[in-house]
Write a protein that binds this ligand. Structure first.
Ligand code: ZN
Length: 84
């Protein structure tokens, strides 16, 4: 195969790939409902802090903790209180 034939073959397959992408792209985009947010933003309560939760329920991950009387913080996910 000569160099010119190779270049023409590569250009042909690039054109085919672009044509297929233009055909498939709108089909793939139609599956997602328009205007649907991926996540809903919920503002944390005033005074809340992101702290590491010390329970296995939360997997020792960082969660929102709301302030409690006496300076303690309560996990908004499992209810565990820390710092009391
Ligand atoms: Zn927790």
């Amino acid at each position: 195969m000569s160099r010119t034939e190779t270049v023409l073959l590569v250009v042909f397959w690039i054109a085919v790939a672009v044509a297929v992408a233009f055909r498939i792209g709108p089909i793939l985009r139609r599956r997602q409902p328009a205007g649907t947010p991926y996540v809903a933003f919920i503002a944390p309560p005033p005074g809340a802090r992101w702290l590491a939760c010390d329970t296995t329920d939360c997997g020792h991950m960082t969660t929102v903790h709301t302030p409690q009387p006496g300076g303690a913080y309560r996990c908004a996910n499992c209810g565990h209180t820390k710092g009391d």
